[in-house]
Design a protein around this ligand. Structure first.
Ligand code: UN1
Length: 542
């Protein structure tokens, strides 16, 4: 088998438009390019031009996943023993390589999942920022010295790696999110088995190759492609088999709960970043134009396919009409199209056909609830195109932007995430009602309020149950060095990003060093200090 760095990929015969290449893709196990053990493969397609096939990739079998886990397990001892600053240097190299190849990686991300170039560049930048942040963390990764209650004895804490981490991410942030997970895992001395998202295998392959080019030893990150229900499931099954020490998952709440159960019964740590029905509240004192811009971007940027995308738009009744008029003007003129061909589009196609299908099911739920449709008409097809759609609809999987009003708390669509370009609008009577509504869904990922009343902003900040809150900002756009994650149905309380994520990929090892040469018993051999008997009336001094 060929080493990942020794070969460019093989190119397959293709009928792709514009002579775009189609590759034969591989897993990367112990630094070697591997096909699936039974030879089965799947195809990655450009959702903006479905006839454009990026490549064929291994549909990994249970044996392939086990081989990847075995490689990660045998690489663990040496990697954990590598000085953290050296691990940091390799991570820094990854960041520099990503900067050097940024344009190509960004174009590849756009071609594979249809994000606009601008947004793909944001996602790749988030991966770069993560590398640069953790490069220097290799020179910290602090433990503590702690004073002992006994003489001639020292206490210390050290961070230790957890072991082999199973990494499973969604395809909407295919560069940023796996790096949020793997970079801290690596800096802490863990090794990884990474299941690429089924809709972004080529981008994942390119990133894994960059990791090796940066100097990452073979076996430290092992990439397997395939479906969540097969390759992803085999990684989770390996928790029951005692082969995996950590799972980090970004995806649906339903799958996250199932993973949490497996990890829970094995006492294995898991990081779960799940769904959201992120509320944006707008109060009468807000700068309405700014709040409209935030709602529009939060709801329809990335075609609404961020876990932080706006779900429930909660408008105070006094500004409802003005706000909606301004918002609808924007929504109706949304530029949609393939950003590799057209400038200034707000969003492109859905991430893949699967996401399109699920989105349409979500719309059915909203309509069955009886919400009032103000705009949107499902999938964009010839004869069913919004004014500013650019291109040929049938080339890809494009959706109208959707706005539903008169949504109330008793409707399913108030509570359930619709992953795609759709927002549900709810009217609030006053601040307390708005805060109540913002807290009433089962999720608690991101949230936002637009107000120029500082007390209102403060009350929202302390009253909202969410992992993230924007004040006069949209629900999206977390930065790479603040903790990212949610509460309630949005996760299990673990965080990604910044220094906080280190807790999720290391455990604290407490060490005591007894220098006295004898057995001193904690608590029992500790000197007891008696207080001096004295009657002092302190009131006389006052
Ligand atoms: C996600 O959708 O899984 O905060 C991640 C944001 C981005 C990351 C989203 N920086 O919207």
């Amino acid at each position: 088998m060929t080493h990942v760095l020794e070969t460019g990929l093989e190119f397959l015969e293709s009928s792709n438009p514009g002579n775009l290449p189609k590759v034969k893709g591989y897993n990367i196990i112990n630094g070697q390019l591997k096909s699936s053990s039974d030879g089965s493969r799947f195809t990655s397609k450009n959702p903006a031009i479905l006839v454009d096939e990026l490549g064929d990739f291994p549909l990994s079998t249970r044996d392939d996943v086990h081989e990847a886990i075995a490689a990660a397990r045998s690489a663990l001892t040496d990697w954990a023993a590598t000085p953290a600053p050296t691990r940091g240097q390799i991570i820094g190299n990854m960041g520099r390589l990503l900067m050097e190849h940024k344009d190509a990686i960004v174009a590849l991300e756009t071609r594979e999942i249809g994000k606009t170039l601008k947004e793909a560049a944001g996602s790749v930048q988030e991966a770069i920022d993560t590398c640069l942040f953790f490069q220097s963390e290799g020179r910290r990764l602090y433990g503590q010295t702690v004073n002992s209650e006994l003489p001639d004895k020292e206490l210390f804490t050290y961070r230790r790696p957890l072991g082999v981490c199973g990494i499973i991410n969604a395809c909407n942030f295919p560069a940023a999110v796996p790096f949020w997970k793997m970079i801290p895992a690596l800096i802490c001395g863990n090794t990884c088995v990474w299941k690429s998202p089924q809709d972004a295998p080529l981008l994942s392959f390119a990133l894994a190759r960059i990791m090796h080019q940066a100097g990452l030893p073979d076996g430290v990150v092992n990439l397997v492609h395939g479906k969540g229900s097969s390759a992803g499931q085999y990684i989770v099954d390996a928790v029951d088999e005692g082969l995996i020490n950590k799972i980090s998952f970004t995806g649906s709440t339903e799958v996250g709960k199932a993973i949490g159960e497996v990890c829970g019964r094995n006492l294995v740590s898991c990081s779960l970043e799940l769904g959201g029905k992120n509320p944006q509240v707008v109060m009468p004192s807000a700068d309405i134009d700014n709040a409209v811009a935030g709602a529009y971007w939060g709801g329809f940027g990335t075609a609404g396919q961020r876990c932080t995308s706006l779900g429930n738009l909660i408008l105070h009744e006094d500004i409802y009409d003005e706000f909606m008029e301004k918002l609808m003007n924007k929504v109706k003129s949304t530029r949609i199209g393939d950003s590799l061909k057209h400038e200034d589009v707000l969003y492109g196609p859905m991430l893949s056909e699967k996401y399109a299908k699920d989105f349409l099911k979500g719309l059915e739920m909203v309509e069955a609830d009886g919400a009032t449709k103000l705009w949107g008409s499902g999938r964009i097809t010839s004869g069913n195109t919004p004014d500013n759609f650019l291109g040929t609809p049938e080339d890809g999987v494009y959706m109208w932007p959707h706005v539903y009003a008169d949504v109330t708390e008793d409707m399913n669509c108030f509570h359930e995430e619709v992953f795609g370009p759709a927002i549900t609008v709810v009217k609030a009577k006053d601040f307390d009602h708005a805060l109540h509504l913002a807290n009433a869904s089962p999720y608690g990922l991101s949230s936002s309020i637009y107000t120029n009343d500082r007390l209102e902003a403060y009350r929202y900040k302390i009253g909202i149950k969410a992992g993230m809150t924007g004040i006069n900002n949209s629900t999206t756009g977390a930065e790479a060095h603040l903790p990212f994650g949610g509460v309630k149905g949005s996760g299990n309380g673990t965080r990604e990003s910044g220094i906080w994520v280190i807790e999720a990929y290391s455990y604290w090892h407490a060490v005591n060093d007894e220098l006295s040469g004898k057995l001193q018993l904690a608590q029992m051999d500790v000197d007891e200090i008696e207080m001096v008997e004295a009657e002092v009336d302190y009131t006389k001094l006052a």
